[in-house]
Write a protein that binds this ligand. Sequence first.
Ligand code: DQA
Length: 144
Amino acid sequence: MKTFLVLHGINLNMFGKRDPKQYGTITLAEIDARLAALGKELGVGVETFQTNHEAAMVERIHQAFRDNVAGVVINAGAWTHYSYGIRDALAILTVPIAEVHMSNVHAREPFRHESVISEIVRGQIAGFGVDSYLLGLRAVVAAA
Ligand code: DQA
């Protein structure tokens, strides 16, 4: 069975508590449960990982390379907008990557319009809440 990895970056453990206007009230555990259910439906394995530590995220991406995961979905949180370290780690992977955001980053503050990872991922999905993740998973499964 192919395995796909879903990565949640900095501050995303606070979904459900932070800024409900932007992110709703769904928790990260609920998002992960929805992803697991979709993985079952699609017949693929889904692993999820969240960290607030940039180095830990980079190490997890290196591990994904060694494990030969079939595809990656990433919501890098604020790292999206400035982390060349995470961009370079993702660029090592040759499998399809979907960049996802719960909120429509392009309709928010100007600093959120820039993504340093968009250039090296297959595509970006933003603004659909938890469905951004689910659409991202469907997209990488279809592309893998
Ligand atoms: C986010 C958007 C980012 O700008 C922000 O820093 C986040 C969450 C989203 O899911 O909408 O932490 O990636």
